[in-house]
Design a protein around this ligand. Structure first.
Ligand SMILES: [Zn+2]
Length: 440
């Protein structure tokens, strides 16, 4: 495995921008920075990576994942989680704060930041929690701290992404205080939208698909009512929130209406909500249990239309590892969540590009420019001299998803699925952190 910061990628189709698309070029990276792009004519004698018939794109950015460290490292940790992300083509990921303990103070944030610095193979942006212990009762000390980070000088050495992901924040007076603070500090707030008095003890979408099972349902309104309330409040405070893992047509309808009225927001959905509908899940297999749930074909189509219209500008994995023994419980008692890094690109390619919903360059935007602009990251989205050597090499080959993962967990509904779009190599700051030729 290449360990220097110098590398040459030859004969690949290099992503330039959504309008130009791909151009056949060689890419030279020195000391972790892209230094040259040249016509693919240098031959292949001293090639580091031969990308013939492959596509060289900016490293992917995941706005939403769970790395489980500290506290739940039997499911995942920084080492296994970042290897899994690298195998999925990611060079930057945002780790949620719902660990044990919750990342809600400077001390806890600095502790995990140190572990990330030592053990991560890619860039991890550690989110802090908005409320103490995700309790929804008071803003966390981390969130209230004055970090004074100008947005143009983010170095990822202080928290600037916050989320209570795992639970909804459903006390409007506290939410208003939160968005006032977020606006003042220029924070990115990632909102898990769920009214637990509506979702209650639900475990699956409240649809018509499985009446014989009589599982308690999770209505779309548990998400969409919060999306509407929160966006209206954010508009009053002139703050643009980020809505994560949207799952329902109702939410898209709300956002489309308010986008027309110039309300500012950003949103993501997940590969599994794009790929599956309740028509093609197995309601006895707990690897199809996640929150929010896979919903109807009508919801799935609305999410795809949301992507095509630009209402959704990003795909986030919601990578949520659980051990086999935890997932072996019956459907009502098993934990919510599935792993996602290693299948995200192929599932999205298959759902969106193979089916003709969007173009391949548009898909690349959903994994790169989209999340980069939401997170206000610099220097990541373009393949041009002077930018960081964070690159992913993919192809359009069809393959069957194997049951082995780099993740410590294997709770994936994609095992055995026939997908298109494999990750061939991932390069982080000029180092190959994943290659399908060199398994770890
Ligand atoms: Zn969530």
């Amino acid at each position: 495995m290449k360990k220097t910061g110098n590398i040459r990628i030859c004969n690949g189709n290099v992503f330039i921008n959504p309008l130009v698309g791909f151009v056949k070029l060689d890419v030279q990276i020195e000391d972790g920075i892209i230094t040259h792009l040249s016509d693919a004519s240098m031959g292949t004698s001293d090639v580091d990576i031969d990308a013939t018939n492959q596509f060289v794109v900016p490293g992917f950015v995941d706005i939403h994942c769970h790395l489980r460290e500290p506290g739940q490292t039997h499911k995942e940790d920084i080492v296994s989680g970042t290897r899994s992300a690298a195998a999925g083509g990611y060079t930057t990921i945002v780790a949620m704060a719902n660990t044990t303990p919750v990342i809600d103070s400077s001390q806890k944030w600095e502790n995990i930041f140190d572990i990330i610095q030592q053990k991560s193979s890619i860039e991890v942006i550690q989110a802090g929690s908005i409320t103490s212990g995700l309790g929804g009762n008071e803003l966390s000390s981390l969130f209230l701290q004055n970090h004074s980070i100008p947005s143009f000088d983010r170095k990822n050495n202080a928290p600037f992404v916050f989320s209570d992901d795992g639970v909804g924040l459903n006390y409007p007076p506290l939410f208003r205080k939160a968005i006032q603070q977020a606006k003042k500090e220029n924070y990115v707030c990632i909102l898990h939208e769920e009214d637990a008095t509506i979702s209650s003890n639900g475990v699956i979408h409240s649809g018509n698909a499985f009446p014989e099972l009589a599982y308690p349902g999770i209505p779309s309104s548990s998400e969409s009512t919060c999306v509407a309330r929160d966006l209206l409040m954010c508009h009053e405070e002139d703050y643009s929130p980020h809505f994560t893992h949207l799952s329902s047509k109702q939410s898209i309808d709300v956002l489309m209406g308010l986008a027309d009225a110039s309300y500012r927001f950003t949103a993501d959905t997940t590969p599994h909500h794009l790929y599956f509908s309740e028509k093609n899940i197995d309601p006895t297999d707990t690897n199809y249990k996640m929150n929010p749930p896979i919903r109807s074909e009508v919801d799935q189509k609305a999410l795809k239309e949301g992507i095509r219209s630009g209402i959704i500008r990003c795909i986030g994995t919601d990578h949520a590892p659980h051990s086999t023994s935890e997932k072996n419980a019956d459907f009502c008692n098993a934990p919510f969540g599935i792993i996602g890094f290693e299948t995200a690109f192929a599932a999205s390619y298959t759902a969106l590009v193979s089916s003709g919903w969007i173009s391949f360059p548009q898909l690349i935007q959903l994994f790169t420019n989209g999340p980069n602009s939401i997170l206000k990251l610099q220097n990541h989205s373009a393949i041009q001299p002077g930018t960081l050597g964070n690159l992913t090499i993919v192809d359009e080959q069809e393959y069957i998803v194997p049951s082995e993962f780099f993740s410590k967990s294997s709770n994936s509904p994609f095992v055995g699925e026939k997908l298109k779009g494999r990750i061939r190599s991932t390069i982080f700051q000029g180092k190959v952190v994943y290659s399908d030729q060199n398994k770890w």
